[in-house]
Design a protein. Structure first.
Length: 123
């Protein structure tokens, strides 16, 4: 399955309830005047970004927060670039959710925090 097809399936199956994911196109193109225009969140940022809403259970009991979510989508053989690994590390270090998904099941694990190791999140 292609990365585009996997992305579509992830969005179709996960974007409901407390999960919202959006396509993050990153790149550059020249405008009509020939100037380079960069677009997207940042170099290395994930294909799908968004949030998972959660209820706080300690200091702000009853309030709902949105936790940043970042999912890099890869085919079965797609390689994760170093800047993508760095992006995921920055997101998780800041308290967000990040990982690489090669299937809807992988994305569900990322969103539900069920990775067993840090490497599963970033590779």
């Amino acid at each position: 399955m292609t990365e585009a097809a996997i992305q579509a399936e992830i969005r179709k199956n996960l974007c409901r309830g407390n999960v919202r994911l959006f396509r993050n196109n990153v790149g550059a193109a020249k405008d009509a005047a020939g100037r380079l225009v960069r677009y997207g969140l940042a170099k290395g940022s994930a294909d799908l970004i968004g949030w998972v809403s959660k209820e706080i259970t300690s200091a702000d009991i009853g309030k709902t927060i949105a936790q940043f979510a970042s999912i890099e989508v890869k085919s079965a053989t797609g390689a994760v670039r170093p800047e993508q690994t760095n992006w995921a590390q920055v997101v998780t270090d800041a308290g967000g959710i990040a990982g690489v998904a090669r299937s809807v099941a992988d994305a569900e694990k990322i969103i539900s925090h069920k990775q067993t190791t840090k490497n599963e999140q970033h590779n």
